[in-house]
Design a protein. Structure first.
Length: 321
């Protein structure tokens, strides 16, 4: 018989093209993990079978429950995936029930940013804090809010869409339909576009970004900007400082709205911007009414590419002794 203290949670992270799954212990350690393809453009059943196959590869008597990060929008109360743009196979799909019926154990489903925020609160960079704001900045910007150890979902389950808070109502059109969202201004594609515009406007100037792109401005990505900055390229530094210029007032709005006691940043772009965290923190008071804004820690997330696995597990961490 398996000892209760040996129980683990199976965390599952579903993306548009891949599924990551792992076993997570009571301390938030990922003991083992696997990655398999996701079938997002086929039938609902094909998508479900891809998830079941990933779970099957790790499930055992030690697994107490299954926590799943899935693309939103979704209903975290019922575990129904509503209509995610990058998973067209599922529309009003009862994912939690389907998986629970197959494996006969408790299943919870939430979006990746909410779950990652909870994992950081339970086990990571926000451990010990009560009022947590988490942002993952990469291709897009996702955010999660954890208050007194619980995800804040709001009245309909749709709270925490901080990436679509607008800071410029006349700004560029975001994919969500609004203008000037922080996602369209500061996520990876925005950094790449800013770099391409700057390089095209100064064709006679030299930048390590262009060297890395082999002279082809159209191939410039945010990753190349980050690599060039690491090589002390002044143009890359200027582009990242421009990004900090828009992120700082956005975080100021978050501070004034939520009064968090920690700000946690994850994702590839956040890692690139980590050298600027102190500068952002020092400038926050200029963008806040909150008189104690400068006291709020701004920290890098503990979980990197494994945030979805840890996040899925965190949804059911209370199940472990």
């Amino acid at each position: 018989m398996i000892e209760e203290t040996n129980k683990v949670i199976l965390g599952v992270d579903i993306g548009g093209t891949k599924i990551a799954a792992g076993l997570v212990d009571r301390a938030g350690n990922i003991l083992t993990q696997t990655r398999t393809p996701m079938i997002g453009n086929g039938t609902a059943e094909a998508g479900l079978q891809a998830v079941i196959s990933a779970i099957d590869s790790l499930v055992s008597n030690e697994v107490s429950s299954i926590g799943i990060c899935a693309p939103g929008p979704l209903d975290p109360e019922t575990g129904v995936v509503l209509n995610p743009p990058n998973l067209p196979c599922w529309r009003n799909f009862p994912l939690a029930k389907k998986v629970a019926d197959k494996f006969h154990m408790r299943v919870r489903v939430d979006n990746d940013a909410n779950a990652a925020a909870l994992a950081e609160t339970r086990w990571g960079a926000a451990r010990g804090y009560r009022y947590v704001f988490y942002a993952t900045i990469g291709t897009g910007i996702g955010t999660g809010i954890v208050l007194d150890g619980r995800i804040y979902h709001g009245s309909t389950g749709s709270a925490g869409e901080g990436g679509h808070v607008s800071i410029d109502y006349r700004g560029p059109l975001c994919s969500c339909g609004k203008r000037g969202c922080i996602e369209i201004l500061a996520a990876g594609p925005a950094i790449a576009a800013r770099a391409r515009t700057k390089l095209a406007a100064e064709p006679s100037g030299h930048s390590a970004i262009l060297d890395l792109a082999k002279g082809d401005v159209t191939t410039v990505s945010s990753e190349l900007v980050g690599q060039a900055y690491a090589a002390d390229d002044p143009v890359a530094r200027e582009i990242l400082l421009d990004t900090v210029e828009v992120l700082t007032p956005w975080l100021g709005n978050i501070v004034d709205l939520l009064d968090p006691d920690v700000l946690v940043m994850g994702g590839g772009v956040a890692a690139m911007l980590k050298p600027f965290f102190d500068g952002i923190k020092n400038r926050l008071p200029a963008w806040c009414v909150n008189p104690r804004a400068a006291e709020i820690p701004l920290v890098m997330a503990h979980y990197g590419a494994d945030a979805g696995i840890a996040g899925g597990a965190a949804l059911l961490s209370e199940d472990l002794p």
